[in-house]
Design a binder for this molecule. Structure first.
Ligand code: GH3
Ligand code: MG
Ligand code: MG
Length: 405
């Protein structure tokens, strides 16, 4: 077997394995269509390479034309997927225009004025242009992570490969006039090797990007309550603890509001669980909107919610809770019978000294208990004396007591 043939089979084999890997990934991750596009792109690339070597019965020129069409499709798919994976709009028009120009050049120098070197330059320049468009798109990605930076560098590398390598080789070793010996030439050997390296690097990076994407989604899923879309207890505790530490480090206030829907068991018993769910969703939405920009809202479980208000002291948090209480008690919830008037009770506690989240939760919970005892549909506060300034040998002890507000 000639070295050229061996090296040529290298690329379709790699491309097919990568295509299978992306296809299998996509079967499990149908919400990520770019994985299917990558599979398609690599499959097209494999066929393109095979058609360079194995001529169809329809003749060499048409076989090569099909090969170049496959390369174009591969370029369109892989470039589009690279851009889409970075959540950018794919510049289909620019990619299609360059691909079409390359194809037109190829056809001209294949069927009208046959010239192998000119064909190579036409296709390479078109692909170099597409790589530059991709590089420009990836450069514009805000807050690039390491993978986006790698993809950007790879698209620049690809454009150098397409634009500089052919010119360099043709100017150093002269133009190619026929396919005779072409597949053993320096041009073809470097083209195949460069393609193998770039496509493997791009595929590994895209696989890593897909894996990271999936991990990100899993993390969001494990921290999110599926019914309300708010953070669940675990997500809330994680986010609120971090926010509390940040506030404490900057000596800024923070307050916690806990809310519990009143007589919710009765609501379920009288109107049904589905209606109960609608009330939960509506109350969650109300809290999400109220907390937007100045707090973190979560569903702690059942019909109990919490909002950590950053940069709010006790009076501000009380106002927040009163606002939420009034909004719920006056809300008309869609698809919920008029006879159902949902209300909630609230407990509020402000961070004092170096309170951690569990201390704050505990105090807000006591205040909520007082709100329930005080007749429900009301707000109660937990008062805590500010810790005294520590003096030598003194331990500042924060005395806490929950009061009916
Ligand atoms: P209180 O005013 O003292 O809070 O009374 P309550 O009935 O709201 O409190 P209790 O703890 O006795 O009952 C809570 C009810 O919340 C019982 C449970 O069926 C209901 N609940 C918990 N999670 C869900 C949910 O996801 N959907 C619906 N529809 N109901 C839920
Ligand atoms: Mg309740
Ligand atoms: Mg409860």
């Amino acid at each position: 077997m000639k070295t050229g043939l061996f090296i040529s089979l290298f690329n379709p084999a790699i491309a097919l394995v990568i295509a299978c890997a992306f296809f299998v990934l996509w079967r499990y991750q149908r919400q990520r269509p770019y994985l299917a596009v990558l599979a398609l792109g690599h499959a097209a690339s494999a066929v393109g390479f095979l058609l360079q070597y194995f001529t169809l019965p329809i003749g060499l020129p048409v076989s090569r034309l099909f090969s170049v069409i496959c390369f174009n499709a591969a370029m369109l798919c892989i470039s589009g997927a690279m851009v889409a994976s970075c959540r950018r709009k794919v510049p289909y028009a620019a990619i299609a225009v360059m691909g079409a120009a390359g194809l037109a050049g190829f056809c001209w120098f294949m069927f009208i004025v046959p010239n192998l070197s000119a064909r190579l330059l036409a296709i390479n320049f078109a692909f170099g242009g597409v790589s530059l468009v991709v590089a420009a798109e990836l450069r514009a990605v805000p807050d690039k992570g390491p993978l986006e930076k790698i993809l950007f560098a790879l698209s620049l590398m690809a454009s150098l490969n397409f634009l500089v390598r052919p010119i360099l080789i043709i100017s150093l070793y002269g133009a190619y006039t026929s396919y005779e010996g072409f597949y053993d030439s320096l041009y073809w050997t470097t083209a195949v090797l460069a393609h193998a390296v770039v496509s493997l690097l791009v595929a590994f990076t895209m696989l890593a990007a897909a894996a990271l994407d999936m991990m990100r989604d899993l993390r969001v899923e494990t921290n999110t309550d599926p019914l309300s879309g708010l953070l669940n207890r675990r997500g809330f505790e994680r986010a609120a603890s971090e926010a509390l530490s940040r506030q404490a480090a900057q000596n800024l206030p923070a307050a916690l509001v806990i809310a519990d829907l009143d007589h919710f068991k009765v609501v379920n018993d009288r109107f049904g669980h589905a209606i109960g769910d609608r009330v939960i969703v509506a109350f969650a939405e109300l809290l999400r909107q109220a907390a937007a920009g100045n707090g973190i809202a979560g569903r702690l479980g059942g019909e109990e919610f919490a909002v950590l208000l950053t940069a709010s002291d006790l009076p501000a948090a009380r106002l927040f809770a009163e606002g939420a209480r009034l909004s719920l008690s006056h809300a008309s919830i869609r698809d919920v019978p008029d006879g159902l008037k949902a209300t909630a009770s609230f407990g509020v506690a402000a961070r004092s000294g170096a309170d951690n989240l569990s201390e704050l939760l505990h105090r807000a919970d006591s205040a909520l208990y007082n709100a329930k005892r005080g007749g429900r549909n009301c707000v109660r506060l937990s008062y805590q004396r500010q810790p005294e300034q520590p003096s030598s040998g003194d331990n500042a002890i924060a005395a806490s007591r929950s009061l009916a507000g």
